[in-house]
Design a protein. Structure first.
Length: 419
């Protein structure tokens, strides 16, 4: 099976699988050197893989037959978690404990390779990915289904627009699995591009359908109730909220423990959404402190102002973070920052502004370890250091994870030193 020429798409090759890599695949090599990023495999296995993509110097492939299996391999609980099936879950073939080890290895590798930390520095931080309560199935409280040309709702194949009709999604919240959306219920969605389902922690179930730029409420409330951090929340269906029911409380607890807000301090909650972290910070700094939340999505801004109206020492700024920071719209001087950027990360202008802010600590909440690592490198170049890293398996059965990192100035700011 091994050949000296570059294989073509659809060709099968025999591979000995190496280390895990970010993105839900492992790294292997053909005999003549090209790297192969192979899905549905595990380190140490020998597999037959079907080539799915050919690039200059590297390939993508799917393991279609396992010749020597890893002891960490299990039978996927979902019949659609196969090379030609749904592309949503990358790790259903991996035992739960090994999934945590997989994600821990990815987090450490990204901090070293992209973040520029030495192996010894990462080892001293000892980051690891911890499980959340509830188990690996039935956790996802928001699911967006694609719709095929026959009007059947399902999920897309990996790196494809092709829709796989399914009877139910095994990682979806039980309330979502009961909603008659999928082909198992004989429901059809003609003229629809996507169907979004939400099951809130407050007991609401919402279904919305999108066609082009227009989204229509099909069933349930347009604003759902959530419960987290000791408060009740009203969250517009289109606004961001963590999809794992245990994630909001877990992340809030990690942020508070790492930055340890003190009474009277000033804090910024950047990319603050509907106000989850701002509320937690406000309770800790008290009415003699100040919290400024910055958010650009209009629905989230409106929700934050409603959710936080009982906290008079919280200001909600409707702006993009990269524009608000140099515009003088945030309460200063600042002591603490919670940074929860989108998957692409904060970026160099935001990092530089925060590094010069005089804050004593930044809690960085990241949903992509590569973006976190890029920003960590920028913080380090600006004179900050990574003091702690905690990973959480907010997305079981997938390669995704959530990380909370603590960044502090390498030399204490004059404001912090004077306390």
């Amino acid at each position: 099976m091994i050949t000296e020429r570059m294989p073509e798409v659809g060709e099968r090759v025999e591979l000995t699988v190496g280390a895990v890599a970010h993105g839900g695949h492992c790294v292997a090599r053909l005999a003549d050197g090209p790297v192969v990023f192979v899905r549905h495999a595990l380190p140490g296995e020998r597999v037959v893989a079907r080539v799915t993509e050919v690039r200059r110097g590297w390939l993508r492939a799917e393991a279609v037959r396992v010749l020597d299996a890893s002891p960490d391999r299990v039978e996927p609980p979902c019949p659609y978690a196969r090379p030609d099936g749904c592309g949503g879950c990358d790790l259903q073939h991996v035992a739960p404990a090994a999934q945590l080890a997989w994600k821990t290895a990815v987090l450490r590798e990204q901090l070293e390779r992209i973040g520029g930390l030495a192996h010894e520095e990462v080892a001293a931080l000892a980051p690891r990915v911890e499980p959340l309560p509830g188990g690996p199935l039935g956790w996802r409280s928001r699911v967006r289904y694609a719709v095929d040309t026959a009007g059947r709702a399902g999920l897309r194949k990996h790196r494809s627009h092709e829709v796989v009709p399914i009877d139910r999604c095994r990682i979806a919240h039980p309330a979502i699995q009961r909603v008659p959306v999928l082909s198992g219920s004989d429901r059809r969605w003609p003229g629809t591009d996507e169907v979004e389902t939400i099951a809130s922690s407050g007991g609401d179930v919402t279904v919305r359908a999108r066609r082009g730029p227009t989204t229509t409420l099909v069933d349930g409330p347009g604003e759902v109730r959530e419960q987290a951090a000791g408060r009740q929340w009203r969250v517009p269906a289109e606004a961001f909220w963590q999809v794992h029911p245990a994630a909001p409380d877990t992340l809030v607890a990690a942020v508070l423990e790492l930055v340890a807000p003190q009474v009277g301090e000033t804090a910024w909650d950047l990319y603050g959404g509907v106000g989850l972290f701002a509320a937690a910070l406000a309770e800790r700094v008290g009415p003699t402190g100040r919290v400024t939340l910055v958010e650009s999505a209009p629905a989230a801004v409106r929700a934050a102002r409603r959710n936080l109206r009982d906290l008079s020492h919280v200001d909600v700024v409707a702006a993009r973070v990269e524009r608000a920071l140099p515009a003088g719209r945030l309460a200063t001087p600042v002591d603490l920052v919670v940074l929860d950027p989108p998957r692409s990360g904060a970026g160099l202008p935001v990092v530089r502004a925060l590094a010069a802010s005089g804050a004593r600590a930044i809690a960085y909440v990241a949903c992509d370890p590569a973006a976190l690592a890029r920003d960590v490198r920028a913080f380090r170049e600006a004179g900050w250091e990574l003091r702690a890293v905690r990973g959480y398996d907010c997305f079981p059965m997938t390669h995704h994870l959530e990380v909370v990192a603590l960044l502090v100035p390498a030399s204490p700011s004059p404001r912090a030193a004077g306390r």
